[in-house]
Design a protein around this ligand. Sequence first.
Ligand SMILES: Cc1ncc(COP(=O)(O)O)c(C=O)c1O
Length: 860
Amino acid sequence: MREALTRGDAEGFARLTARISRNLLGGAYRHEANEWNLEEQGDGERVQRGPSYTQTGRHRPYFEVLVVRDGLLPQQQERSRAAVRKLRRPEDTFIYELAHVSTFEDALVAVIFNYTLQAVVIYDHFPFRSNFDLPIFDELLRRFVPEVAEGGQSSGVELAKLVKRIRPEMDVYLLTDRAVEALATQSDLRHVRRLFYDVEEVMELHLSILKGVDDRYDTPFFTNLKGYSRRPIGTFHALPVARGKSIFKSNWIRDMGDFYGPNLFLAESSATTGGLDSLLEPTGNIKKAQEKAARCFGAQRTYFGTNGTSTSNKIVLQALLRPGDIVLIDRNCHKSHHYGLVLSGACPVYLEAFPLNQFSMYGGVPLRTIKRTLLELKAAGKLDRVRMLDLTNCTFDGHMYHPQRVMEECLAIKPDLIFLWDEAWFSFARFSPFHRRRTGMEAAEALRKRYRDPAYRPEYEAFKKKSAGLKAGDAKLLDLHLLPDPEKVRIRIYVTQSTHKSLSSLRQGSMIHVNDDDFQLAEEAFEEAFFTHTSTSPNQQIIASLDLARRQAELEGFELVMRHSGLALRLRREVNRHPLISKYFRILTPAEMIPKEFRPSGMENYGPPNGTWDKLVQAWSNDEFALDPTRLTLLCGTAGFDGTQFKSILSERFDIQVNKTSRNTILLMTNINNTRSDIAYVMKVLAELAAQLEAKCAQGKDGEAKEFAARVDSLVKDVPDLPNFSAFHDAFRPEARGSTSEGNMREAFFMAYEPGDCEHVKLFSKEMDARLKHGPSLVSANFVIPYPPGFPVMVPGQIISPAIITFMRKLDVKEIHGYHAAHGIKVLKPEALARLKQKTARRAASGRNTRIKTHTRQGA
Ligand SMILES: Cc1ncc(COP(=O)(O)O)c(C=O)c1O
């Protein structure tokens, strides 16, 4: 381009500009290295290349390697590129090109901006500050590595550390003329994959780069499965579809084969031999695939699940909880958690999340509530029974906790507390440096590092002095940032993720990530729980897709997630500033979704005028809750539509599918599959609907406008209060008069299996009103979960309060799991409860006696 410009060749310059920009936007140069060879072909003859759904043949992935080296002239850079091309061999799996920068700052900008980079080669000794005076560079650096704005130390090791902070998967190579032997043992060198003594071994470096990428590219299970599908195998086990002969030869279901193609059947087997590993007892390629996933997601161990996070949650809960253990759990947790508690016999203490009544949804559980509950349990002498804190991060609606802060303060009260973070929606989060800080695995590592650091000791000692003399019941403890004792603290963190919800895994693909100092104590129980819930015929394709989803995340997760977040931010901005659309529809901002007290940063919105990147970084680093911008809650009540109605309109008229709704909102979830065209389509649909409403209001008679206003009012203002958890009935609480609220839900759950102990009371009946007013108490026999909002308004053994009935009566949703209008609400009979209460009291008394006896014996 420069040459054409100097020649004064305007036409040539324009042609090159168009070609290069098309190449960059379409990414064609990634598929075909020759795209850069400008002499090769005329522009007109080029075939538009891009991703293809049917393309076969060898595809060699393309990537770029960043070379950080000072003092290299452009001709020298070109020579080094040519030298690397000469090293290529036809059998190489990948091809790569070099990109050069010469300063610390430019290197970081490249790592942020150039998604195709897979490795960084650093030649030690280079200046810190960029030579380019571009404000956008400063802006990018401030977003990703704020400390660099202040300046810093220009060393290769320091650069490696920051590169890994932005993109942990990146391979970093350091070339230095310093004493490599001594440098190689420094702890900071863990960020460097290999250290070389200057340029003595170019071939070695080239092979290391390929090997590093291959290590991430390698999918042990999938690759083996592909190989397996090509082998002629006689199957003498169950599963006739394996090899597909019963399908392709069939007169009647041959279209099944046509539709799915032969590979699906050739890659099926119910055998675990012949190179196929067993998910239940992995020793081969599934084991290796899981180890790679653990590395990728920052876990010590990762387990694949083929029945969704619904099952992964049950596995973790059953593995770690014993009957009678107390679990602090958000009542809005997915139902799999509640069923997991029934299975394990653990007693939940239900925690209330902050409500967003005006939108009929909940946020997350405030840290203050969690601390207060833990301290109450401590004051009641029950801390030894408290085993776990179980929360959803992020929530369906996008509320992200500050896991590091939550766990730190809980560990200060109970140093061996186990945490289960349900990150069903959050598999992608690790691949964005912004979201990552809000994930369980990142917090696990940060906490472990913090407590091992000698600098933590004086901080802890100062805290001890400040909190000396404060008893568990002292309200001052709620205001203090509590710190755990580094001598006692254990890091025991479990994360479950629906890989299929946000990465490229087939439906039901799920992962359990473990980061547990004491896993050796739990491992056998974990295995047992895994066996309990895992099919003995797990789906091979789901396992393979988990392996592939991991590969993609490690190689292009950063790119996909950054693009995806960018699209979501764009959609937020465009909807809310569109003059017509925003009259009827609005995407809720962080200020509307998170009460002020949980946003000390004062962050109100994404983007100007109420949000800057500095503020975002500050908010995401420190605020108690932040809002995931990729989950967009669209207020449709203001357009006169309730959530369910609007969901149907979108689906039936516009082929837009959404999942979650509330009384007056729908949730637009974006993911790595979305494109700018999808965003444009949503905008078009909203503009069309807004224009129709505008026309209707303008033309309509007075009555119509009034009717519209009344409907909007009813949807936006007349929203039923969300009912709090009431209490477990005394029959399910051995120490009924205690101040803490745990209950034996399993006992209630199985009591309902005795039909004689249950009865039904109609929701809209006089009997219901009378029982609520005069008793006897109504006690739920099962879970009642309306969709939306999707949390249990009743759990087995729970007393049904008037607030719950008012809420149920106002609900206008069709789907209420556990409730059939024709029968009424299923409750436990008072006489059955009285019988159980006596039994429970006897049991509690004999338990107390046993405890006293044991105590006396121990004393003796
Ligand atoms: C928070 C949460 N956890 C777990 C699940 C269950 O995940 P899966 O669909 O993978 O079984 C869901 C499903 O929507 C969910 O929202």
